[in-house]
Design a protein around this ligand. Structure first.
Ligand code: RIB
Length: 317
Protein backbone atom coordinates (compact mmCIF):
# COMPACT_ATOMS: atom_id res chain seq x y z
CA UNK A 1 0.00 0.00 0.00
CA UNK A 2 1.27 3.45 -0.88
CA UNK A 3 2.13 5.40 2.26
CA UNK A 4 0.60 8.84 2.51
CA UNK A 5 1.46 11.41 5.15
CA UNK A 6 -1.37 13.83 5.70
CA UNK A 7 -1.04 17.27 7.21
CA UNK A 8 -4.65 17.19 8.41
CA UNK A 9 -6.84 14.28 9.44
CA UNK A 10 -8.48 12.91 6.30
CA UNK A 11 -12.20 12.32 5.94
CA UNK A 12 -13.67 8.85 6.18
CA UNK A 13 -16.86 7.93 4.37
CA UNK A 14 -18.56 4.72 5.50
CA UNK A 15 -21.10 3.16 3.14
CA UNK A 16 -22.78 0.38 5.07
CA UNK A 17 -25.31 -1.13 7.42
CA UNK A 18 -27.06 0.03 10.56
CA UNK A 19 -28.73 -2.62 12.71
CA UNK A 20 -30.49 -2.89 15.98
CA UNK A 21 -28.63 -5.63 17.89
CA UNK A 22 -30.46 -8.01 20.19
CA UNK A 23 -27.71 -9.52 22.29
CA UNK A 24 -28.54 -12.76 24.08
CA UNK A 25 -26.03 -14.15 26.54
CA UNK A 26 -25.94 -17.86 27.38
CA UNK A 27 -23.46 -20.42 28.70
CA UNK A 28 -22.95 -22.15 25.36
CA UNK A 29 -24.26 -21.28 21.88
CA UNK A 30 -26.91 -23.94 21.06
CA UNK A 31 -26.21 -26.58 18.44
CA UNK A 32 -28.85 -27.07 15.70
CA UNK A 33 -31.90 -28.65 17.32
CA UNK A 34 -30.81 -27.76 20.87
CA UNK A 35 -32.63 -25.40 23.29
CA UNK A 36 -30.62 -23.60 25.97
CA UNK A 37 -31.40 -21.12 28.75
CA UNK A 38 -30.33 -17.53 28.18
CA UNK A 39 -28.92 -15.28 30.93
CA UNK A 40 -29.70 -11.78 29.65
CA UNK A 41 -30.97 -9.80 26.69
CA UNK A 42 -29.94 -6.30 25.66
CA UNK A 43 -30.91 -4.06 22.77
CA UNK A 44 -28.14 -1.83 21.38
CA UNK A 45 -27.30 -0.02 18.14
CA UNK A 46 -25.02 -1.99 15.82
CA UNK A 47 -24.43 -2.99 12.22
CA UNK A 48 -20.94 -3.39 10.79
CA UNK A 49 -21.15 -0.09 8.90
CA UNK A 50 -22.31 1.98 11.86
CA UNK A 51 -19.92 0.19 14.24
CA UNK A 52 -16.93 0.95 12.01
CA UNK A 53 -18.03 4.57 11.62
CA UNK A 54 -18.30 4.95 15.40
CA UNK A 55 -15.04 3.04 15.98
CA UNK A 56 -13.20 5.50 13.71
CA UNK A 57 -14.94 8.55 15.24
CA UNK A 58 -13.96 7.40 18.77
CA UNK A 59 -10.34 7.40 17.57
CA UNK A 60 -10.66 11.05 16.55
CA UNK A 61 -11.46 10.69 12.85
CA UNK A 62 -13.83 12.85 10.84
CA UNK A 63 -16.49 10.36 9.68
CA UNK A 64 -19.65 10.48 7.56
CA UNK A 65 -21.95 7.66 6.68
CA UNK A 66 -24.29 6.64 3.86
CA UNK A 67 -26.92 4.06 4.81
CA UNK A 68 -30.60 3.25 5.22
CA UNK A 69 -32.78 2.63 8.26
CA UNK A 70 -36.47 1.79 8.46
CA UNK A 71 -39.23 4.31 9.15
CA UNK A 72 -39.80 2.55 12.49
CA UNK A 73 -38.84 3.96 15.92
CA UNK A 74 -35.56 2.00 15.77
CA UNK A 75 -34.52 3.90 12.64
CA UNK A 76 -34.73 7.23 14.42
CA UNK A 77 -32.73 5.80 17.36
CA UNK A 78 -30.00 4.46 15.07
CA UNK A 79 -29.60 7.84 13.34
CA UNK A 80 -29.63 9.68 16.67
CA UNK A 81 -26.95 7.34 17.97
CA UNK A 82 -24.66 8.21 15.03
CA UNK A 83 -25.20 11.92 15.61
CA UNK A 84 -24.35 11.51 19.29
CA UNK A 85 -21.12 9.77 18.31
CA UNK A 86 -20.18 12.66 16.02
CA UNK A 87 -20.69 10.74 12.76
CA UNK A 88 -22.22 12.78 9.92
CA UNK A 89 -25.54 11.09 9.16
CA UNK A 90 -27.25 13.43 6.65
CA UNK A 91 -26.98 10.64 4.04
CA UNK A 92 -28.53 7.99 6.31
CA UNK A 93 -31.99 7.82 4.79
CA UNK A 94 -35.25 6.58 6.32
CA UNK A 95 -36.95 4.04 4.05
CA UNK A 96 -40.76 4.22 3.91
CA UNK A 97 -42.43 0.93 4.75
CA UNK A 98 -39.20 -0.86 5.69
CA UNK A 99 -38.09 -2.05 9.10
CA UNK A 100 -34.59 -1.28 10.33
CA UNK A 101 -31.88 -3.93 10.08
CA UNK A 102 -31.87 -6.39 12.98
CA UNK A 103 -29.09 -8.64 14.27
CA UNK A 104 -29.69 -11.44 16.75
CA UNK A 105 -26.37 -12.03 18.47
CA UNK A 106 -25.86 -15.00 20.75
CA UNK A 107 -22.79 -14.71 22.96
CA UNK A 108 -21.54 -17.60 25.07
CA UNK A 109 -19.43 -17.48 28.23
CA UNK A 110 -16.20 -18.13 26.29
CA UNK A 111 -16.77 -14.83 24.43
CA UNK A 112 -17.53 -16.52 21.08
CA UNK A 113 -20.65 -15.37 19.26
CA UNK A 114 -23.06 -16.37 16.50
CA UNK A 115 -24.88 -13.62 14.56
CA UNK A 116 -27.97 -13.77 12.37
CA UNK A 117 -28.72 -10.56 10.47
CA UNK A 118 -32.05 -9.57 8.97
CA UNK A 119 -31.09 -6.88 6.43
CA UNK A 120 -34.35 -4.88 6.51
CA UNK A 121 -33.77 -1.37 5.18
CA UNK A 122 -30.06 -2.11 4.57
CA UNK A 123 -31.18 -4.17 1.57
CA UNK A 124 -32.77 -1.01 0.12
CA UNK A 125 -29.48 0.92 -0.04
CA UNK A 126 -29.16 1.09 -3.80
CA UNK A 127 -26.38 2.24 -6.19
CA UNK A 128 -28.55 5.33 -6.85
CA UNK A 129 -28.21 6.27 -3.17
CA UNK A 130 -24.43 6.35 -3.33
CA UNK A 131 -24.47 8.22 -6.66
CA UNK A 132 -26.84 10.75 -5.10
CA UNK A 133 -24.21 11.37 -2.43
CA UNK A 134 -21.37 11.81 -4.93
CA UNK A 135 -20.19 15.00 -3.23
CA UNK A 136 -19.35 12.98 -0.10
CA UNK A 137 -17.09 10.76 -2.20
CA UNK A 138 -15.32 13.82 -3.61
CA UNK A 139 -14.57 15.00 -0.06
CA UNK A 140 -13.50 11.59 1.24
CA UNK A 141 -9.92 10.39 1.64
CA UNK A 142 -10.95 6.85 2.59
CA UNK A 143 -14.15 4.96 1.81
CA UNK A 144 -14.99 2.06 4.14
CA UNK A 145 -17.28 -0.76 3.03
CA UNK A 146 -18.60 -4.05 4.39
CA UNK A 147 -21.00 -6.59 2.88
CA UNK A 148 -24.22 -6.10 4.86
CA UNK A 149 -25.63 -3.97 2.01
CA UNK A 150 -26.31 -5.12 -1.58
CA UNK A 151 -23.21 -6.10 -3.57
CA UNK A 152 -24.22 -3.80 -6.45
CA UNK A 153 -24.12 -0.87 -4.06
CA UNK A 154 -20.69 -1.86 -2.75
CA UNK A 155 -19.41 -2.09 -6.33
CA UNK A 156 -20.95 1.30 -7.20
CA UNK A 157 -19.20 2.82 -4.17
CA UNK A 158 -15.85 1.26 -5.17
CA UNK A 159 -16.33 2.70 -8.66
CA UNK A 160 -17.18 6.18 -7.36
CA UNK A 161 -14.21 6.17 -4.98
CA UNK A 162 -11.70 4.95 -7.57
CA UNK A 163 -8.97 7.47 -8.24
CA UNK A 164 -10.28 9.89 -5.61
CA UNK A 165 -10.15 8.07 -2.29
CA UNK A 166 -8.63 4.88 -0.98
CA UNK A 167 -11.05 2.01 -0.40
CA UNK A 168 -11.07 -0.31 2.62
CA UNK A 169 -13.35 -3.34 2.33
CA UNK A 170 -14.21 -5.59 5.27
CA UNK A 171 -15.67 -8.57 3.34
CA UNK A 172 -18.11 -9.54 6.10
CA UNK A 173 -20.28 -11.49 5.91
CA UNK A 174 -18.31 -13.35 3.23
CA UNK A 175 -20.34 -13.76 0.05
CA UNK A 176 -20.82 -17.21 -1.49
CA UNK A 177 -20.04 -15.83 -4.94
CA UNK A 178 -18.56 -12.48 -5.84
CA UNK A 179 -17.29 -10.63 -8.91
CA UNK A 180 -13.47 -10.34 -9.15
CA UNK A 181 -13.61 -6.51 -8.97
CA UNK A 182 -14.81 -6.79 -5.38
CA UNK A 183 -11.28 -7.64 -4.26
CA UNK A 184 -9.57 -4.88 -6.27
CA UNK A 185 -9.47 -2.45 -3.37
CA UNK A 186 -6.62 -0.65 -1.62
CA UNK A 187 -7.13 -2.41 1.72
CA UNK A 188 -8.95 -5.70 2.30
CA UNK A 189 -9.65 -6.63 5.88
CA UNK A 190 -11.03 -10.22 6.18
CA UNK A 191 -10.97 -12.54 9.18
CA UNK A 192 -9.81 -16.15 8.77
CA UNK A 193 -13.26 -17.45 7.79
CA UNK A 194 -13.74 -14.72 5.20
CA UNK A 195 -10.20 -15.14 3.81
CA UNK A 196 -10.88 -18.86 3.39
CA UNK A 197 -14.22 -18.18 1.67
CA UNK A 198 -12.66 -15.64 -0.72
CA UNK A 199 -9.61 -17.73 -1.65
CA UNK A 200 -10.83 -21.30 -1.23
CA UNK A 201 -7.70 -21.81 0.93
CA UNK A 202 -7.56 -22.57 4.67
CA UNK A 203 -6.31 -19.65 6.80
CA UNK A 204 -5.99 -21.21 10.27
CA UNK A 205 -2.27 -21.70 10.89
CA UNK A 206 0.39 -18.96 10.57
CA UNK A 207 1.60 -20.43 7.28
CA UNK A 208 -1.92 -20.82 5.89
CA UNK A 209 -2.78 -17.24 6.83
CA UNK A 210 0.33 -15.97 5.03
CA UNK A 211 -0.50 -17.94 1.89
CA UNK A 212 -4.15 -16.79 1.93
CA UNK A 213 -3.13 -13.14 2.47
CA UNK A 214 -0.65 -13.34 -0.44
CA UNK A 215 -3.32 -14.94 -2.61
CA UNK A 216 -5.74 -12.07 -1.86
CA UNK A 217 -3.03 -9.63 -3.04
CA UNK A 218 -2.67 -11.68 -6.25
CA UNK A 219 -6.43 -11.40 -6.69
CA UNK A 220 -6.13 -7.61 -6.67
CA UNK A 221 -6.06 -6.27 -3.09
CA UNK A 222 -3.36 -3.64 -2.60
CA UNK A 223 -2.92 -4.58 1.04
CA UNK A 224 -4.47 -7.38 3.10
CA UNK A 225 -5.01 -7.22 6.85
CA UNK A 226 -6.05 -10.74 7.80
CA UNK A 227 -7.42 -10.54 11.34
CA UNK A 228 -6.92 -13.69 13.43
CA UNK A 229 -8.48 -12.96 16.81
CA UNK A 230 -6.11 -13.68 19.70
CA UNK A 231 -3.36 -14.52 17.20
CA UNK A 232 -3.21 -10.96 15.91
CA UNK A 233 -3.05 -9.85 12.28
CA UNK A 234 -1.23 -11.06 9.19
CA UNK A 235 -0.41 -8.27 6.75
CA UNK A 236 0.47 -8.69 3.06
CA UNK A 237 1.20 -5.93 0.59
CA UNK A 238 1.05 -6.16 -3.18
CA UNK A 239 3.66 -3.49 -3.83
CA UNK A 240 6.60 -5.31 -2.21
CA UNK A 241 5.16 -8.82 -1.75
CA UNK A 242 6.04 -8.65 1.95
CA UNK A 243 4.06 -10.59 4.57
CA UNK A 244 4.41 -9.83 8.29
CA UNK A 245 2.40 -10.25 11.46
CA UNK A 246 1.50 -8.25 14.53
CA UNK A 247 0.60 -10.30 17.62
CA UNK A 248 -2.36 -9.37 19.78
CA UNK A 249 -1.70 -8.56 23.46
CA UNK A 250 -2.99 -11.18 25.92
CA UNK A 251 -6.38 -10.05 27.26
CA UNK A 252 -9.31 -11.75 28.98
CA UNK A 253 -11.94 -12.24 26.27
CA UNK A 254 -15.57 -11.82 27.31
CA UNK A 255 -17.22 -11.03 23.96
CA UNK A 256 -15.63 -10.97 20.50
CA UNK A 257 -18.60 -9.14 18.89
CA UNK A 258 -17.45 -6.11 16.86
CA UNK A 259 -13.73 -6.70 17.52
CA UNK A 260 -13.27 -6.66 13.73
CA UNK A 261 -15.20 -3.39 13.55
CA UNK A 262 -13.03 -1.86 16.28
CA UNK A 263 -9.94 -2.97 14.36
CA UNK A 264 -11.09 -1.63 10.98
CA UNK A 265 -12.31 1.70 12.40
CA UNK A 266 -9.16 2.31 14.42
CA UNK A 267 -6.92 1.36 11.50
CA UNK A 268 -8.78 3.78 9.22
CA UNK A 269 -8.62 6.58 11.79
CA UNK A 270 -4.88 6.21 12.33
CA UNK A 271 -4.30 6.16 8.57
CA UNK A 272 -6.26 9.40 8.35
CA UNK A 273 -4.01 10.89 11.03
CA UNK A 274 -0.99 10.08 8.87
CA UNK A 275 0.31 6.86 10.49
CA UNK A 276 2.19 4.53 8.20
CA UNK A 277 0.85 1.02 7.59
CA UNK A 278 2.73 -0.57 10.50
CA UNK A 279 1.77 2.19 12.94
CA UNK A 280 -1.90 1.99 11.97
CA UNK A 281 -1.94 -1.82 12.25
CA UNK A 282 -0.23 -1.74 15.68
CA UNK A 283 -2.84 0.72 16.94
CA UNK A 284 -5.74 -1.22 15.41
CA UNK A 285 -4.61 -4.52 16.98
CA UNK A 286 -4.83 -2.86 20.40
CA UNK A 287 -8.31 -1.50 19.57
CA UNK A 288 -9.51 -4.98 18.53
CA UNK A 289 -8.01 -6.54 21.67
CA UNK A 290 -9.70 -3.93 23.85
CA UNK A 291 -13.06 -4.64 22.22
CA UNK A 292 -13.07 -8.31 23.26
CA UNK A 293 -12.69 -7.38 26.93
CA UNK A 294 -16.04 -5.54 27.05
CA UNK A 295 -19.48 -7.12 26.46
CA UNK A 296 -21.54 -5.91 23.51
CA UNK A 297 -20.82 -4.45 20.09
CA UNK A 298 -21.14 -0.70 20.37
CA UNK A 299 -20.18 -0.55 24.06
CA UNK A 300 -16.93 -2.36 23.35
CA UNK A 301 -15.58 0.08 20.74
CA UNK A 302 -12.64 1.83 22.41
CA UNK A 303 -11.81 5.51 22.65
CA UNK A 304 -8.31 6.78 21.98
CA UNK A 305 -7.70 6.82 25.76
CA UNK A 306 -8.77 3.15 26.03
CA UNK A 307 -6.27 2.15 23.35
CA UNK A 308 -3.46 4.15 24.94
CA UNK A 309 -4.31 2.54 28.30
CA UNK A 310 -3.99 -0.94 26.81
CA UNK A 311 -0.74 0.07 25.05
CA UNK A 312 0.77 1.07 28.42
CA UNK A 313 -0.49 -2.12 30.08
CA UNK A 314 0.85 -4.32 27.25
CA UNK A 315 4.24 -2.57 27.49
CA UNK A 316 4.68 -3.45 31.18
CA UNK A 317 3.34 -7.03 31.06
O1 RIB B 1 -19.71 -6.90 13.68
C1 RIB B 1 -20.72 -6.89 14.65
C2 RIB B 1 -22.03 -6.51 14.02
O2 RIB B 1 -22.41 -7.52 13.12
C3 RIB B 1 -23.18 -6.38 14.99
O3 RIB B 1 -23.29 -5.08 15.52
C4 RIB B 1 -24.38 -6.81 14.16
O4 RIB B 1 -25.27 -5.79 13.88
C5 RIB B 1 -23.80 -7.41 12.89
O5 RIB B 1 -23.94 -6.58 11.84
Amino acid sequence: MEEVHLTRPGNILVVGSLNLDWVLRCRKIPRPGQTVHGNSLSEVPGGKGANQAVAAARQGADVRMIGRVGDDPFGAKLREDLRREGVGSDAVYATPGARSGLAVITVEDSGENAITVLAGANAQLKPADVRRAESLFKEADLVMLQLEIPLDTVLAAIELARGAARVLLDPAPAPGRFPPELLRVDILCPNETEAAALTGLPADTDEEAEVAARRLCELGAGCVLLTRGARGVTVATQVDGNVWSVPSPAVTAVDSTAAGDAFAGAFAARLMWGDDLRGAVNHAVLAGAHAVTIPGARDSLPTLADVEGLRRKAAVS
